[in-house]
Design a protein around this ligand. Structure first.
Ligand code: ADE
Ligand code: ZN
Length: 322
């Protein structure tokens, strides 16, 4: 057995960002939408940098237009994740792409996703939980609608609230209403920070939004006091090394700070972010980390234990997954 064969816990996966390019291409064809600029000649997603990535992501997501399509997408994602040894995954699902923030429509999308997830769990033994997600550059008003949808559907499946999108758009604190509303509904919280921007964005995430987890957070390494604070507060980082390499946050796996952060006592976990965009999957992430840092089975088992501990599901689900 290699480390890549281990059962894996993934905490940071964007639902639309996990859509296979062929799946999106087929929908675009059926709907007569010209997405030729979205794809590379060899059938991958085409983008030049982070901001361009976000616009390609949105163009691809625009052809996903109903609950049935999200159900099919969920089936495809979970089949692929299970094939890579993932036994538990949390995905970011955004009301902005599922009904535009309308609660009635959101409930329909959610039901379709949950039904597909239940079928995938029965077939492949993979468990999915949903983290309802605001898109930062869509602004604070839309984030409130998203967190309202999250709060109204909080339960066994919807267990968290988060925010992705353009980290350079406004401050974390501009979104505090949405995060407070989600926290009051009993949801656990995460936000993207320290991916595109430096340590201040991570400080803002923990001070102004009071999140339990941070999406990426890796640029915290630039501030030793922040690293200490993350350790003291027990904040978990959802680290996506392959994504960071493709988006030029770091030149390669060997230069990635995940190992230093872990050795400093920060709770680090490993995820894929948007696997087809970044030509990755959980097996590959493990293989590259093994190559770059010499991590062995014990290291990866510890990593998974940290991830399960930080998962936003209930204790009963954690017991089933472990
Ligand atoms: N949305 C999807 N992937 C993202 C990323 N890596 N950063 C911010 N927003 C995202
Ligand atoms: Zn992300």
């Amino acid at each position: 057995m290699t480390v890549a064969d281990l059962p894996k816990i993934e905490l940071h996966l964007h639902h639309e960002g996990a859509a296979p390019p062929a799946f999106i291409k087929q929908l675009a064809h059926e709907k007569n939408v010209d997405l030729s600029k979205v794809f590379t000649p060899d059938g991958g997603y085409a983008f030049e940098n982070f901001v361009h990535f976000l616009s390609v992501y949105e163009a691809a997501s625009s052809v996903l237009t109903g609950p049935e399509e999200f159900a099919r997408l969920t089936t495809a994602i979970l089949e692929e994740s299970a094939a890579n040894g993932v036994v538990y995954t949390e995905s970011f699902i955004s009301p902005d792409f599922c009904g535009g923030g309308d609660l009635g429509a959101w409930r329909e999308y959610l039901l379709a996703i949950q039904e597909a997830a239940a079928a995938a769990e029965a077939k492949h033994g993979i468990t999915l939980r949903g983290v309802v997600t605001a898109v930062r550059h869509f602004g604070p008003e839309k984030s409130r609608l998203s967190s309202h949808c999250a709060a109204e559907t909080a339960g066994t499946f919807v267990t968290g609230f988060g925010m992705g999108g353009d980290e350079a758009h406004l401050t974390q604190g501009a979104f505090s209403y949405a995060f407070d509303q989600a926290r009051e509904a009993g949801l656990q919280l995460t936000t993207h920070a320290g991916e595109v921007l430096g340590p201040q964005s991570v400080w803002d995430a923990i001070d102004d939004l009071k999140v339990e987890r941070i999406g990426h957070g890796v640029r915290a390494i630039e501030d030793p006091d922040l690293v200490k604070e993350l350790v003291e507060r027990g904040v978990t980082l959802e680290v996506c090394p392959g994504s960071n390499v493709v988006l030029d946050v770091y030149p390669d796996f060997a230069s990635h700070p995940i190992s230093k952060l872990r050795d400093a006592g920060v709770k680090v976990t490993v995820s894929t972010d948007d696997p087809p965009f970044f030509h990755t999957n959980m097996r590959r992430e493990y293989e590259e980390l093994e190559k770059a840092f010499g991590w062995d089975e014990e290291d990866f088992r510890a990593l998974n234990a940290t991830a399960l501990d930080a998962a936003f599901c209930d204790a009963e689900t954690k017991k089933t997954v472990a």
